[in-house]
Design a protein around this ligand. Structure first.
Ligand code: AMP
Length: 560
């Protein structure tokens, strides 16, 4: 065991859980974990104010796993999550942490998949049930006793659940659980509706909130880029092409990520190395020395490993993985902008982490501007600029040293000096792509590939760019998490506007405004995004709804 896992070891978790955490590569508990784990382990009810990206899943998963009895083959813990995606993510996290606990099984229960196998998995003795409220209620209707053995309940992203209209379902679920159970509620915000739930259903809860104090950040230009988690490496590679950096530090969350990213960078020819808690002290010092004197340009580090690292050459910090809290963000980006120099900090944000970005902006009192991935033209310009910079100092005297050789080679090969210079360029650039077409071909990412369609919390863009229709035909707008797209044959030619559809669905469907996503009205049809969970019930409710005098007849819409 490495010394830095001491942080997790101090909790006295079941050794099998600790072993799994170590295997996952976490070096130390995040702030929310530090505070929540002992409370939940001790059996208290708790309200945790934390958003995605703080490590909140492990903050409840580890102590809950510690408290269950693997020998008992019945549901013992229930985790409620607002969307199918989150439910799956949480279930996977539980499976990871329970990897070394023989006999512990996890079942994910959500809409859009057959009910039979889910119920069977519960009855077969899964100790952990991770569910969306709508589907769980469907199960309760079939078997009201199915949750009677649950003694730990976690409400994850409680505010999101309420926004999606799950209040009634939650009440049904509370009733189906033993009143003596432990209840833990996590929510990014604590509006009155959440506090009311806590008042009614939690017993003497302890509050955990990550304290944030305002921090000042000067001389550092900050920007963020929206990107899906699996596109981070390509995004980093694209950014490096256009960023004019001297030395750079990249922050990731796990040891494995330091190794993976450092080798991806090395493969592209960067002088990069990993720095993590497993690296011996003398090796660590060598890496830092190399970064100082230019033998290395990029270090990929975890927070723990980067502690005390002070290298004035660092012009850039890339936060490839989100820091756990704003303090750590400020700490990380403080690695640049040293000695009165200007620094630049880039933060990669996945769709689920946008809230964390807002918290960072609030705490630092600064806007972290959005940037897009460079397009092929920008990459080409940057590559040519680099080439120009590397060749121009040579031009002054290369002719005197190599001019005669050039003459001879053109004769020997029988080519023009232009053909020979071109051949030399190809060799010197390692056949790097140096035309627009070639760059477009080699790049897995296009700049507009960033997950814009996921931005359900942004005001919808109605800007009518001339290419909009064409763009949508080629690339359908991605659905936000937990949403299904539905279609009606009513469109603009029937005198329908988005607000008519919205009004009808709100009134007759009994949904909250936030539960309804994007509405697109076309000439002969319209598309509406609705919550996946409970969709069948909603469509049945809307069966006889009329809009502008015509039957709505809303159906699930499948693009394929
Ligand atoms: P969450 O806020 O629960 O969505 O977690 C965000 C990410 O942080 C997940 O990818 C976790 O695997 C990771 N994570 C959680 N706790 C730690 C930790 N102590 N050290 C490193 N990574 C962590």
């Amino acid at each position: 065991m490495t010394q830095e896992t001491g942080g997790f070891a101090a909790f006295n978790l079941n050794p099998n859980i600790l072993a799994a955490v170590i295997a996952t590569g976490y070096e130390e508990p995040s702030a929310i974990q530090q505070q929540s784990i002992p409370i939940i382990m001790a059996g208290h009810d708790m309200i945790g104010q934390a958003q995605t990206g703080t490590g909140k899943t492990a903050a409840f998963a580890l102590p809950i796993l510690h408290r269950i009895d693997p020998a008992k083959r019945e549901p013992q813990a229930l985790i409620l999550a607002p969307t199918r995606e989150l439910a799956l993510q949480v279930a996977t996290a539980f499976e990871t942490y329970a990897k070394q606990m023989p006999g512990v099984t996890v079942v994910a229960v959500y809409g859009g998949a057959p009910m039979g196998p889910q119920l069977k998995a519960i009855r077969n003795g899964a100790q952990i049930v991770v569910a969306t409220p709508g589907r769980l209620c469907d199960h309760l209707r079939r078997d009201e006793k199915v949750l009677s053995t649950v003694n730990h309940l976690v409400l994850d992203e409680a505010d999101e659940m309420l926004k999606l209209g799950f209040m009634d379902d939650l009440e049904v679920i509370f009733k189906a659980l033993p009143p003596t159970r432990q209840t833990v509620l996590f929510s990014a915000t604590l509006p009155q509706s959440i506090r009311a739930i806590a008042e009614r259903h939690l017993r003497d809860p302890q509050h955990v909130k990550i304290q944030t104090k305002t921090q000042t950040v000067t001389a550092i230009e900050q920007a963020h880029l929206l990107v899906h988690a699996d596109q981070k490496t390509s995004a980093v590679l694209s950014l490096l092409e256009v960023e004019d950096f001297d030395a750079l530090i990249m922050f990731v969350r796990t040891k494995q990520a330091t190794l993976d990213l450092a080798s991806a960078l090395e493969a592209k020819g960067y002088k990069a190395a990993a720095l993590n808690g497993d690296i011996a002290q003398n090796q660590r010092e060598r890496v830092i020395e190399s970064l100082k004197d230019g033998r290395l340009d990029i270090v990929v580090a975890t927070d723990v490993a980067a502690r005390g690292l002070d290298v004035p050459r660092i012009t850039h910090v890339f936060n490839v993985d989100m820091p756990y809290d704003p303090e750590s963000y400020v700490h990380r980006i403080g690695r640049t902008g040293r000695a009165g120099r200007e620094g630049r900090a880039l933060l990669l944000v996945t769709p689920r982490e946008r809230r964390m970005l807002q918290v960072i902006e609030r705490v630092t009192g600064q806007k972290v501007a959005e940037v897009r991935l460079p397009d092929a033209q920008a990459v080409l310009d940057a590559r040519i600029k680099k080439l120009t910079n590397s060749l121009s100092p040579l031009v002054a005297d290369a002719e005197s040293t190599h001019g005669d050789l050039l003459d001879r080679l053109t004769v020997d090969i029988g080519c023009t000096p232009r053909a020979l210079a071109a051949a030399l360029l190809r060799k010197a650039t390692n056949a790097q792509a140096l035309t627009l077409a070639a760059i477009e071909k080699e790049r897995p990412l296009v700049p507009n590939n960033a997950p814009r369609g996921d931005r359900s919390d942004r005001p919808e863009r109605t800007g009518d760019r001339p290419d909009r229709g064409d763009r949508e035909r080629r690339a359908p707008v991605p659905l936000a998490e937990g949403r299904a797209r539905c279609r009606t044959a009513l469109g603009a030619r029937d005198g329908i506007a988005a607000k008519n559809l919205l009004g009808a669905i709100l009134n007759e469907g009994g949904l909250a405004r936030e539960a309804i996503g994007r509405i697109q009205v076309r000439d002969s049809f319209s598309l509406v995004e609705l919550p996946e969970d409970g969709l069948e019930r909603l469509l049945t409710k809307l069966k006889d709804t009329r809009v502008a005098g015509k039957q709505l007849k809303l159906r699930r819409y499948r693009e394929d």
